[in-house]
Design a protein around this ligand. Structure first.
Ligand code: NAP
Length: 279
């Protein structure tokens, strides 16, 4: 089984260098996938209220036999629960569905700036952390402006900002903004949002040179950037493959060539790819 290195977060907690994404799996398929991921050695599991699979993740954790305190369970607060009292209640409901007494990491799923309640949601997460119901608190899809506002209003800096990040969208500015504030960047859709760029020469050439798959090259690129990828796969063989990324190293030119793919003059640049719906 693969031993995953850990990052130290700004609140003193540890975060595995790679995790397991669970969207859009639900029901028995989600339980089976999380059990096999834990069996392969993943110790960071990413769920959310909106994924409607928290109960499945909880069942998988119990079924896996992996000690609870070895697993970093992440969930996310949806935009419709940002008002302070709703955020407290929503988090307690997440714990109930998961069958756990605490979350290891809880994120505000999106800032939803049109509603302008994310600062209240952050106050609620700070309170939940004080109560011990959540160990680490963080955000997702926050810009530098959103980060600065919640830090200014509470004095508490998120431990993590989970953002879309892959070769077509290397997020150099946001990675820098997170790092400047001591925030660890997690990468969602780490392989690629719509289609993973497995055939891109910068990726395919590195895969051939190191005798690994293109997916492993992309995940290794994340590790060397210091970002925490959370790849999802419903298949046990791919789950194991995605975790087997600690036995080779890309050189600086290979890392730079992959990062360049999503720059404005890069082969994968597609304008502003931030077109997702706010949840
Ligand atoms: N915070 C947010 O707003 C947000 C938004 C989106 C996602 N997320 C989180 O991020 C996680 C990952 O994102 P994602 O699922 O969109 O993208 P992803 O992990 O980059 O890619 C998943 C896709 O790649 C395939 N795949 C996985 N490993 C592979 C391999 N080794 N070779 C070939 N194909 C492979 C999977 O298919 P198979 O399952 O068939 O293997 C699946 O279709 C989600 O599950 C969720 O937990 C968060």
């Amino acid at each position: 089984m693969v031993e995953v290195p850990q990052h130290l977060l700004n609140d003193g907690a540890s975060l595995p260098a790679i995790g397991f994404g669970t969207y859009p799996m639900t029901g028995g398929a989600a339980v089976d996938a999380v059990v096999s991921a834990l069996d392969a050695g993943y110790r960071l599991v990413d769920t959310a209220v909106n994924y409607e699979n928290e109960a499945d993740v909880g069942e998988a954790i119990r079924r896996s036999g992996v000690p609870r305190d070895e697993i970093v369970v992440t969930s996310k607060l949806p935009g419709r629960h940002h008002a302070y009292a709703d955020a407290i209640a929503s988090t307690k409901e997440s714990l109930q569905r998961l069958g756990l007494d605490h979350l290891d990491l809880h994120l505000i799923h999106w800032p939803n700036p049109d509603r302008d309640l994310y600062a209240q949601a952050w106050q609620a997460l700070v309170e939940l952390q004080d109560q011990g119901l959540v160990r680490s608190i963080g955000v997702s899809n926050f810009t530098a402006e959103h980060l600065d506002r919640i830090i200014a209003e509470t004095g508490v800096t998120p431990a993590v900002n989970q953002i879309e990040l892959h070769p077509a969208f290397p997020q150099e500015q946001m990675r820098r903004a997170n790092a400047e504030r001591g925030i660890r960047t997690e990468a969602w859709s780490p392989l690629g949002k719509r289609e993973a760029p497995f055939a891109e020469p910068a990726v395919a050439r590195a895969a051939e040179r190191h005798g690994v798959t293109p997916a492993q090259v992309i995940l290794r690129w994340h590790l060397q950037l210091g970002t925490v990828p959370i790849p999802k796969s419903a298949h046990a063989d791919r789950q194991r493959q995605n975790l087997d990324v600690f036995g080779f190293e890309l050189d600086d030119d290979e890392v730079a060539a992959i990062t360049a793919l999503g720059r404005p003059d890069g082969r994968l640049f597609s304008g502003d790819p931030r077109t997702h719906e706010e949840l």
